[in-house]
Each structure stands twice: as structure tokens, then as C-alpha cells.
Design a binder for this molecule. Structure first.
Ligand SMILES: NC(=O)c1ccc[n+]([C@@H]2O[C@H](COP(=O)([O-])OP(=O)(O)OC[C@H]3O[C@@H](n4cnc5c(N)ncnc54)[C@H](OP(=O)(O)O)[C@@H]3O)[C@@H](O)[C@H]2O)c1
Length: 343
């Protein structure tokens, strides 16, 4: 039997309703691989989903109804491969992504993963350190791609990262610095030194008046922090800007709160208003709401980044599955470092 961490009903720490259950070991289907999980991460989205966030829209993928098995990131060892899998074999160490869907997430002792969403893991690599990366890096990759920024047009580009000391920011800074971007980081209190060490030229603590004090000719804006700041951030795009992407858009929340019809109208209204604000600053700039989806090319970029030794996230807490509430509480409290479950 496999052990799986079920989130029973919408709630937040300390009232989270988690239960460790036994379930059948999943069989890999065509193109899939079954892993014995060594580590899986608890990301901010898991906290939000545990509280019921995104139920309506994620329900379209079969991932909206409780009990939920959360988690998208995984590091582990291959136990079995399904038909049509040639790239992987039992006993290999890998890390990768589980799509959000009806078959549940990574918070379990064994999971099945599509073969194209895995990367080889060095034998000596720490499973927890690997498991905190795929979901966050993929989201960063999607946001950066949506702005139109790419390695061949990155040198000297001025990039503003809001939320730079969070998980997404700590991956974006070294990655884009490696491309030659000039990064300004807006970050949490006490993290300016860390952001500079990760590659930001300039780092300022977030707070009243800080955004207004920034220069207004950024080529790229990445908002990983707050939807409320979206208009003010867009106002800092320069006339030749490439684009602006946000991961903190109101998409899931609008549908949850307002239902299908009014939720769609609210999304269209907000997206159009921001698209127009961006176009007023820079007519050719792109504007995007980034929504996580598994992307093999992002995992290739992550594997390449790991080989440079530049990419990584601190692990703040690693606990067994039966102490999962501690990991969720760690994330809820915004403590430093990612939280990891070790089945
Ligand atoms: N759309 C998607 O598919 C997708 C995918 C991944 C992540 N996300 C979202 O993207 C955001 C960033 O993810 P993450 O993993 O980096 O989260 P994280 O590790 O929790 O970091 C968030 C960072 O943003 C800062 N922040 C939070 N609220 C802020 C505010 N009102 N003003 C300024 N800064 C603020 C935090 O600073 P403090 O520590 O000072 O609070 C923290 O440094 C999260 O909201 C996450 O849920 C969305």
C-alpha cells in the first residue's frame, strides 16, 4: 500500500485537517514512471489550495474536490516504468513535476509521473534540495518567457523583481543575472544583502513609497509579490519595455468568489485594465498572467541551471509525512526556507 497525505476539508493552519491514509500503489500507464518519493515540497499554493482556493477552476482538471492530495514537486527513485518508456529505468534517481489533476499530488510515498516531466538527479544530490525547485522554477520560467525576455536579448536589460526574496525571486535573480540582466530587487525586510548576493544590482526593502522611488525605465517587470501593486509596477516600464508578468493575478480567486460568469467578467476587466496600463507605457510590451503548468523545457533549463551551481533554494524544514502539519505551519508563517515532506 502507499501512504498518502490527504487534506480533508478547506482550512488553514492551525486548523488544517490532514490525514495520512493508505491507498493502492498506482500503476504507471503508457509513458509514465512510478517513483518512490524521497522528498516533496510544500509550496505557498498548497497552503492556498488547502484553504479551498482555486476549487472552481482547478475542478475543471479534477483537482478541486476534497479530500485533496497536494504537492507538485518530487524527488525520488524510479520503482517501475510503464509501457513506452525508454528514457528511464528502475532504480534511477530523478526529480520533477506532477501536474495538478485528478490523480492527486506528490505528498505520498509513491507517485506516477509522466516521463517527460522528469530529470536525472545526481546520486549524491540531496532529495530535499531538489524537491523544492521544479514547481517554483517552472513558474519563473513561464513568467520570464511570457515577457519575451530570452538569453539572446537579455544582456544589459533592466529587470524589476517584486517579491525577490521569496522562492520565485530567489530563483529568478541568479538565473537572470547569469543572462547578464541588471536586476532591481524589491524584497522583504532584512533580505537586501541576500538579494545582492543572488545577483541583484540594486535591492530595496519593500514598504510604503518604495515602488514610487524606483526609476521608470525597466525593460521587464516580474511581480511575484502582490496584485495590489500591479498598476504601480506597470508604471515603471520604459517606452521600449519587453513585458510584464505576474504570478499573483486574481484568476483563481475571481472564479472562486464570483462564479463562472461574473468571475470571467472580473478577470477580463482586470486583465484589460492592466494590459491597457502596460500599453500606455510601452505599446509593444507584452502583459501576462502566469499560471503554473508543467513544461518540460523549463525542467531542461532547471537541470542546466543546477549544473552551473547557481540555482537553489534554502530548505527551512524537512519532516516526515506524519508531521506534515509542521511543514504547512512553516509555510503559513512565512519562515525562511522551503518546507519539505520526507515520506
Ligand atoms: N500563478 C501561479 O501559477 C503561481 C505559481 C507559483 C507561485 N505563485 C504565487 O506567486 C507568489 C510568489 O511565490 P513564492 O513561492 O515566491 O512565494 P513566497 O516564497 O511566499 O515569497 C513571496 C514573497 O513576496 C513577498 N510579499 C508577499 N506579500 C507582499 C506584499 N503585499 N508586498 C510586497 N511583497 C510581498 C514576501 O515578502 P514577506 O516575507 O515580507 O511577506 C516574500 O518575499 C505567491 O503568492 C505564490 O502563491 C503563483
Amino acid at each position: 500500500m502507499r501512504r498518502e497525505l490527504c487534506c480533508l476539508a478547506p482550512a488553514s493552519p492551525p486548523r488544517l485537517q490532514l490525514q495520512l491514509r493508505q491507498g493502492p500503489v498506482p500503476e504507471p500507464r503508457r509513458g509514465e514512471v512510478r517513483l518512490r518519493v524521497e522528498a516533496s515540497a510544500v509550496n505557498p499554493i498548497d497552503l492556498k489550495r488547502a484553504a479551498g482556493h482555486g476549487q472552481r477552476l482547478l475542478g475543471l482538471k479534477g483537482a478541486g474536490r476534497f479530500p485533496l492530495i497536494l504537492g507538485n514537486d518530487v524527488a525520488g527513485r524510479i520503482e517501475a516504468v510503464g509501457p513506452g518508456v525508454s528514457a528511464w529505468a528502475p532504480d534511477q534517481r530523478v526529480f520533477g513535476l506532477l501536474p495538478t489533476g485528478r490523480r492527486g499530488g506528490a505528498h505520498a510515498s509513491q507517485v506516477v509521473v509522466p516521463q517527460q516531466l522528469l530529470q536525472a538527479a545526481p546520486e549524491a544530490a540531496d532529495a530535499a534540495a531538489l524537491a523544492v525547485l521544479p514547481y517554483s522554477f517552472t513558474t519563473v520560467w513561464l513568467a520570464v518567457a511570457a515577457t519575451g525576455l530570452s538569453p539572446d536579448r537579455a544582456a544589459g536589460r533592466r529587470v524589476l523583481v517584486h517579491g525577490a526574496a521569496g522562492g520565485l525571486g530567489r530563483l529568478a535573480l541568479p538565473w537572470l543575472a547569469g543572462w547578464g540582466c541588471q536586476i532591481t530587487a524589491v524584497c522583504a525586510t532584512g533580505t537586501t544583502e541576500a538579494c545582492r548576493a543572488l545577483g541583484a544590482q540594486q535591492a530595496v526593502e519593500r514598504g510604503p513609497g518604495v515602488l514610487a522611488s524606483l526609476s521608470d525605465d525597466f525593460d521587464v517587470v516580474l511581480n511575484f509579490a502582490s496584485w495590489d501593486d500591479e498598476p504601480e509596477l506597470a508604471a515603471h516600464l520604459g517606452p521600449q519595455a519587453l513585458g510584464h508578468a505576474t504570478t499573483v493575478q486574481p484568476l483563481l480567486g475571481h472564479f472562486d468568489r464570483l462564479g463562472w460568469w461574473r468571475g470571467a467578467l472580473a478577470c477580463r476587466r482586470d486583465w484589460r485594465a492592466m494590459r491597457a496600463a502596460v500599453a500606455r507605457r510601452s505599446p509593444a510590451a507584452r502583459y501576462a498572467w502566469t499560471v503554473f503548468r508543467p513544461e518540460p523545457a523549463a525542467l531542461d533549463a532547471l537541470a542546466a541551471g543546477l549544473r552551473t551551481g547557481r540555482l537553489g533554494l534554502p530548505v527551512g524544514l524537512a519532516v516526515p509525512l506524519d508531521h506534515a502539519e509542521q511543514a504547512f505551519a512553516h509555510v503559513a508563517a512565512g519562515r525562511l526556507g522551503r518546507a519539505v515532506l520526507l515520506p
